[in-house]
Design a protein around this ligand. Sequence first.
Ligand SMILES: Cc1cc2nc3c(=O)[nH]c(=O)nc-3n(C[C@H](O)[C@H](O)[C@H](O)COP(=O)(O)OP(=O)(O)OC[C@H]3O[C@@H](n4cnc5c(N)ncnc54)[C@H](O)[C@@H]3O)c2cc1C
Length: 242
Amino acid sequence: MTKAAHPTYWPALLEARDEAPGVRTFRFASPTGFRFTPGQFLMFHFADDPKTWRAYSICSSPLTEKDYFEVTVGMVGAFSERLGALKPHAEGGLAVRGPFGKWVYDGSARHAVLVSGGTGLTPFRAMCLLKIGMHNENRITLCVAAKRPEGLLYRNEYAGWRQNGISVNEKVTQPGANSNWEGEIGRWNAGSVFAAANDAAAVYYLCGPNKMVQELREGLEGLGIPPQNVRTEKWGDYTDLF
Ligand SMILES: Cc1cc2nc3c(=O)[nH]c(=O)nc-3n(C[C@H](O)[C@H](O)[C@H](O)COP(=O)(O)OP(=O)(O)OC[C@H]3O[C@@H](n4cnc5c(N)ncnc54)[C@H](O)[C@@H]3O)c2cc1C
């Protein structure tokens, strides 16, 4: 990939909103000709610190790519916290390159099973919005997990996703004594993912911390899912969000 294929943009921040405690979604104006496929990510850096780059997956629909793109970011360290402090329409000195990545979903899989932990849900939102926007008949089964109910990202969108034929399956690991959580408690493992999907011929997309992704891959392959149908995106060595 040449540098020219991925020029640097300085996109205007149009909007920022809290998505969950410690997690914010940022909407940026798209540069001219901006196009992406769900699953792809962008590389961000600040002008005064050109050596520090961070990857963020695009979480908005490709159907709105001409006007804007969104990323959802957990505030977990120096870079993400600096991003979190950006104010819409103010000069933030933020540069973006991309999109990058071949871990993509273009709507053509007959049944895609999307499994995430914590903020790993971000690229799956773009995938769900693509299916909905295309009025695509292909199946999506989504398996999401968070530590607490309020940590389930995009939760107010799940009803709309379900109305559009997406099977949304939620789990929470530590609901808390005072929560009204009546759903499932625990983590996703290969057995529970397979039970939710009930399809050995589906394509399984896994996204989140390395350990979760690796364990699920091994488990799904152990259940007989062909390796080429288990597609993984590893974000790093962390487990603390869920
Ligand atoms: C392809 C790709 C796509 C990514 N997309 C997203 C995205 O859409 N949203 C997002 O929030 N992050 C995403 N990340 C992670 C992101 O690039 C940064 O690693 C993260 O924001 C931490 O950077 P930092 O400088 O703030 O903290 P650092 O000081 O670099 O890291 C602080 C700690 O947080 C851990 N960590 C990193 N990412 C996360 C996370 N998401 N949740 C909890 N802990 C984490 C690190 O392993 C480290 O232990 C993606 C990573 C990759 C490789």
